[in-house]
Design a protein around this ligand. Structure first.
Ligand code: ARG
Length: 269
């Protein structure tokens, strides 16, 4: 199958103040030291790779009091140029929401919705051609799904996450192109697995090993799939489908429980 990349616009936040001082997911261990210069270099590689592929990368100014700000995907969901702000589940991150909203206000976005219900932006929302897929169970409230559906006027499909290691939808499922996705079934409840099988019968099924290596925390532009290099089992199946996988090392960011997708918020025109 012939694949085409389409130019994307991303919002990222440099990990200038990244550290693991609290633990709000099973990957975070405050006793494990973070190599900040290495984290910076890995993040810059990712940013530069996007730019080299022809994508636009906007950046937020990191706040020293918000060590998780590097995970910019959580700050909002942007579809059709409309912005659904985030509302974080944990107090440690709640101030990030307003910083994102302010960035949108000052960068020409007019249609901005400040949410009533907890949602962690693209951490729990994934946009396919037909649907907005929405995770719940650890962070985003099911009520935020209705809120997103009403705001965007797109069908929102609620999915129950059941494995604490895959606490955000973007650790369990990844949109490759249009309505083509890959996901790790055991991260979802039996009913949600059945929904995914029904909606996406041709999905690429990802095993435990590649999912635990954050292989689903990947970003596709329709042709190139930037993925954590440890998820090596995904290279062949992605190539077989006509994609060009690009392995990246974001090992330091994994210490906060995130990888490529977590660091990347897509601004959809
Ligand atoms: N430490 C962050 C948290 O637990 C990591 C967020 C990862 N982001 C993501 N989109 N999954 O909130």
């Amino acid at each position: 199958m012939r694949r085409d990349a389409t130019p994307r616009r991303y919002l990222m936040c440099p990990p200038a103040h990244f550290k693991v001082t609290y633990s709000i997911n099973p990957w975070m261990d405050p006793a494990k030291p973070v190599d900040l210069p290495l984290a910076q270099a890995q993040w810059e590689d990712l940013r530069d790779r996007y730019r080299a592929l022809g994508h636009t990368v906007e950046t937020l100014v990191p706040d020293p009091a918000l060590p998780d700000m590097v995970y910019a995907a959580n700050g909002a969901l942007v579809v059709d140029g409309r912005v659904l702000g985030a509302r974080f589940a944990y107090a440690e991150r709640s101030a990030e929401a307003e910083i994102h909203l302010e960035w949108f206000r000052t960068h020409g976005f007019r249609d901005i919705h400040e949410p009533s219900h907890i949602n962690e932006g693209e951490g729990d929302f994934a946009v396919t051609a037909t649907y907005i897929l929405a995770g719940r169970g650890y962070r985003s409230s099911p009520l935020s799904h209705d809120e997103a559906q009403e705001f965007f006027g797109r069908p929102v499909i609620g999915l129950d996450l059941v494995d604490p290691r895959f606490y955000h939808l973007d650790t369990a499922l990844c949109v490759l192109d249009g309505d083509e996705i890959m996901y790790h079934p055991p991260a979802f409840s039996p009913g949600s697995q059945a929904v995914l099988r029904r909606l996406f019968p041709d999905a690429l099924i990802v095993n435990e090993e590649d999912a635990a290596a954050f292989g689903l925390n990947s970003v596709s532009d329709g042709l190139h799939v930037l993925l954590p290099q440890a998820a090596a089992g995904l290279l062949k199946p992605l190539r077989d489908r006509g994609f060009e996988p690009i392995p990246m090392d974001l090992g330091e960011l994994l210490k906060g429980g995130g990888s490529i997708k977590c660091c990347t918020q897509e601004l959809r025109p």
